[in-house]
Design a protein around this ligand. Structure first.
Ligand code: NDP
Length: 639
């Protein structure tokens, strides 16, 4: 996520009577005033009471989230939840023994971007290894009904402009996003460089040959001079650590491994085989918000088990107007991505090109340098705090307007600042709760207590179910090796990435760590993450392509950060991260804030606290400097 706004000071106003109206969004340029200063409806609230309520709601959840076993990895008895349902045929083949210049691990948009940028920089001897049966990453796995990107397609779908592709909608659906990954594969000749259905399990540095040796689950040994793990965030499911989960006798699956044989239908819906089924969904995060309307429409009965409600605002998706699209000037995609990022990083460009719910949200909730400079820090914080309250009051008012049953409406209301969790946008989620077959089971922050052979138990009540859908998320905030499934054995005897980063990451600019030469990460740790994940990944791809091609041009054998450069960057991450910790402390727990993992570890695994735009500028300036500053460089004997 983009940086969180500081709002630790107490609100200085006792009562206000203002709630923002959700603005109408256009596809094209919107002057900033239209989205940043919405009209206000009259509805009064007491900020101090609200603040107290937020803290109480957080505290309830700290109990359930605090327990170490609240999630379980998909291993052992739960391993089958990660099986690939999309694979038409498992390829049988002999183990591969080969060498390449650069090994890229992962074939999602990120891995593809790294490969494309490397090829464009002249590094063509590359190999891509991907565990799935095709390119696509997140969009290979997530094919649940209603799956859709929540970032505008024109800035999210990589290299649209470069390859002349027009996304069909402002927020494209998953099928189109997957097809785009395949299109990139064909367009840039990536298929001939890829090995699918193959999972890299370990990397070993071989000092004698200064090569990495990758070992896979197919018995392969791939030797590479450079290795770039681009393992992404949303592919390795995690399961809720609910006692009895293995005992359930009905049908169950994780949202990212949807079983259409069981439900019928496809990503557009039509889940006709659920007509006589009692279905439960566990989790009410961004994924569930997209799934619930479809389950609601087709299941005999749908039970939505909620631990924390999501904030859900209007989506207002539109088809792309081809005339508008063809009127865009060369360079539009980069400009649009940067404009979006500037707004999400607290800047105030003249125009809001994307002009949607996200830019509107960040324009209102982040401090704006140009307008807030005359206020002192405490006043700024109070102003932000009040904006946050007003924003969430509108989210809650929207629920009252849409959901007919007052008790259900009350349960669906989130009480936390909107940026504590991923903000959701959907037009059919809340109306789904008006259907007589849809039952919201509010666990009041505690979560589902037990799973039995025939259903689930919440408090004193048990619910008989035929099917459970686990919309319980992915390994995002966990240790790097757990998240990626790869162990890396570095240059120092006995040192692995797990042991080095056991108490939190330590890197130079997020992409390189001492003791692991020529291993370049594309990850969020000590780097940046932004709502438009593809933007930052694109920048990292450009960066790594520069590093690899520069090494080749200059006859450099290995690079790794100096101890000083790494320590300095890590200190910067930790100190800048501290500025955000008051906000994080008040947040309801969740993946965005690492599920309240120990603060020291979280601080080291944090993203750059100066914001993703500033981070990208740091990388860009470092490249422009062209001195590989901060790196220990060893030249090849031939070089
Ligand atoms: P999340 O990790 O966001 O949500 C997991 C859900 O499971 C939460 O609602 C959590 O509750 C709930 N949960 C966990 N344990 C229990 C329990 N014991 N009982 C009841 N509920 C429980 O997963 P998602 O798959 O929804 O989202 C993952 C990420 O995917 C998001 O961060 C989002 O960015 C991304 N995403 C992106 C999309 C896009 O368009 N780009 C679309 C969909 C997802 P609690 O909230 O209390 O923790």
């Amino acid at each position: 996520m983009a940086p969180s706004p500081p709002h630790h000071a107490r609100a200085s106003v006792d009562k206000i009577s203002a709630v923002p109206d959700t603005p109408q969004l256009g596809m094209n340029n919107t002057p900033l005033g239209q989205t940043s200063e919405p009209n206000y409806r009259t509805r009064s609230f007491d900020p101090l009471t609200l603040k107290q309520k937020y803290l109480e709601e957080r505290d309830k959840r700290l109990l359930s989230h605090g327990s170490k076993g609240q999630y379980r990895p998909v291993s052992g008895t739960l391993a089958h939840y990660a099986d690939d349902p999309w694979l038409r045929e498992k390829t049988e083949r002999e183990p591969i023994n080969e060498q390449c210049e650069a090994l890229i691990i992962g074939g999602g948009y990120g891995g593809e971007l790294v490969a494309i940028k490397m090829i464009q920089a002249g590094v063509t001897d590359i190999r891509i290894v991907e565990k799935a049966g095709d390119f696509g990453g997140t969009w290979y796995w997530n094919r649940y009904p209603g799956a859709q990107c929540d970032v505008e397609s024109y800035i999210y779908m990589p290299l649209c402009e470069e390859i002349g592709y027009m996304p069909s909608e402002k927020y494209a659906h998953a099928e189109e996003l997957l097809a785009h990954a395949q299109r990139l594969g064909r367009h840039f000749g990536l298929y001939e460089k890829a090995i699918f259905q193959t999972e890299v399990q370990s990397l070993h540095w071989d000092a004698a040959t200064t090569r990495w040796i990758a070992k896979t689950n197919r018995g392969d040994r791939i030797r590479a001079r450079f290795v770039v793990p681009v393992t992404g965030l949303l592919h390795r499911p995690k399961m809720p650590g609910i006692p009895g989960i293995e005992t359930f006798q009905g049908h169950s699956f994780h949202s990212s491994r949807w079983d259409y044989d069981y439900t019928g239908g496809n990503q557009k819906g039509n889940l006709s085989r659920l007509a006589n089924k009692r279905v439960g969904i566990i989790g009410t995060g961004p994924t569930a918000v997209q799934i619930v309307p479809h389950l609601a429409k087709w299941a005999k009965d749908l039970y939505v088990f909620q631990r924390t409600p999501s904030s859900v605002a209007e989506r207002n998706n539109t088809l792309t107007d081809p005339e508008w699209y063809s009127s865009l000037h060369p360079g539009w995609q980069k400009q649009r991505m940067e404009n979006f990022q500037a707004i999400l990083s607290g800047g105030r460009p003249d125009v809001d090109l994307v002009a949607d719910g996200l830019t509107d949200l960040f324009l209102r909730l982040l401090p704006r340098t140009s307008t807030d400079t005359e206020l002192d820090q405490e006043e700024q914080a109070a102003k932000r705090q009040m904006e946050n309250f007003k924003d969430m009051e509108e989210i809650r008012a929207r629920i009252d307007r849409i959901v007919h049953d007052a008790t259900t409406a009350e349960s669906l209301k989130p009480y936390y600042h909107r940026l504590c969790k991923r903000a959701c946008f959907h037009d059919d989620y809340l109306p789904a709760f008006n259907r007589p077959n849809v039952h919201l089971i509010d666990t009041n922050g505690a979560g589902v207590a037990f799973i039995t052979p025939s259903g689930v138990i919440v408090g004193e009540q048990s619910f008989e179910l035929d099917c459970i859908v686990f919309a319980s998320g992915f390994e995002m905030g966990t240790a790097w090796s757990q998240r990626s499934g790869i162990e890396i054995h570095g240059a120092q005897a006995g040192q692995t990435i797990s042991s080095k980063w056991g108490e939190g990451a330590s890197t130079f600019h997020g992409w390189t760590t001492r003791g692991f030469p020529n291993c370049f990460f594309v990850s969020s740790f000590q780097a940046a993450i932004t709502v438009n994940f593809v933007h930052i990944t694109h920048e990292q791809a450009v960066h790594l392509a520069y590093v690899v091609s520069t090494c080749r041009k200059r006859g450099i054998q290995t690079v790794q950060p100096t101890a000083t450069a790494e320590d300095t960057w890590t200190e910067e991450i930790v100190s800048k991260g501290k500025l955000q910790s008051d906000f994080q402390r008040e947040c309801t727990p969740g993946v965005v804030h690492n599920e309240k993992t120990p603060i020291e570890v979280a601080a080291r695994n944090a993203t750059y606290g100066g914001g993703s735009q500033a981070f990208m500028n740091i990388l860009r300036r470092w490249r422009e400097d062209d001195r590989l500053e901060g790196l220990d460089v060893e030249y090849s004997v031939l070089g």
